[in-house]
Ligand binder design. Structure first.
Ligand code: GSH
Length: 214
């Protein structure tokens, strides 16, 4: 089975975390961000993650991939049909906007990118979010907003999100904010850092593993 992914992408991290939690072996294929042909040949669109199952079928929706893989419903994915999903999705869209604005100008300097993929990434993302130099100038605004949104999450952290055991919501939340670990000079509040480290441990998650492969 193969996972095509981008290292920085929160939706791709979801699938990596779930695969780790479920102890499923897979081939990890990090695609250059400017590779349009590979994803289009697999699913018709340029969007990752793509997971190719043993039967050769490819899927590019992170939550669908996870619920197919999680045959014993370890992550309690049936909760995705509940009203709680709306609460979590709302939180994720708040986090996502600030995390992307803060981290994109730094993500593109990680070993995942080369000169061409970096330039493709920046050009594409600036269309949506504006020039990266402006994002960097506005970092305090995004950091303040990120911080106030984290405070919406903190009261709901038990061992995991509203739960003593890990669920799909933890994978969704942790993968969405994980990128902030690479933001220079940022430190998560202790409760959030401890929570993320619990999720990391359950999922045997190693953000950097693909950077160090041959
Ligand atoms: N609904 C999809 C969303 C995946 C998604 O948005 N992927 C982004 C990367 S974070 C992507 O592939 N973007 C391609 C591009 O912008 O070129 C999922 O949950 O898997």
């Amino acid at each position: 089975m193969k996972l095509y992914h981008y290292v920085h992408c929160p939706f791709c991290i979801r699938v990596r975390m779930a695969l780790g939690l479920l102890n499923i072996e897979f081939d990890s294929i990090v695609l250059p961000y400017n590779d349009e042909d590979t994803p289009k040949s697999l699913t018709g669109v340029k969007m990752l993650p793509i997971f190719t199952f043993e039967n050769g079928v490819s899927n590019n929706e992170s939550l669908d991939i996870i619920s197919i893989l999680d045959k014993n419903n370890v992550l309690k994915s049936e909760q995705l049909d509940s009203s709680e999903r709306e609460v979590v999705e709302d939180l994720l869209s708040k986090f996502g906007s600030d995390v992307h604005s803060l981290c994109m100008p730094y993500w593109m300097w990680t070993p995942e990118f080369n000169e061409e993929s970096r330039s493709y990434f920046q050009t594409k993302k600036e269309v949506k979010r504006g020039p990266f130099n402006k994002l960097i100038q506005n970092r305090d605004k995004f950091l303040n907003s990120f911080d106030s949104n984290l405070h919406l999450l903190i009261p709901h952290i038990q061992k995991f999100y509203k739960s003593e055991t890990i669920t799909i919501f933890d994978i969704m939340i942790a993968s969405h904010i994980w990128g902030m670990y690479i933001f220079p000079e940022y430190q998560f509040p202790k409760e959030v850092n401890d929570y993320l480290q619990r999720v990391k441990k359950e999922c045997h998650f190693d953000y950097h593993i693909d950077f160090w492969k041959d």
